[in-house]
Write a protein that binds this ligand. Sequence first.
Ligand SMILES: [Zn+2]
Length: 65
Amino acid sequence: MKEIYRGYNDTEVVELGVNIECPHCGREWLADGLTECGETYIINCGDNEWEDGCGKDFKMHFDAN
Ligand SMILES: [Zn+2]
């Protein structure tokens, strides 16, 4: 069987991640795909079995500066 090898040198960052910090509880995480310049995103600080956020919504404005 043929085999190929890949290492870290072959990886690419496909999508830019944004460091989010919830203004309600201060929880931080990385979100993908929220990088449209001038766009305002509604973000929910997740409160479910995978996330331990406060469950509140807040707005994030993304701009290139
Ligand atoms: Zn929160």
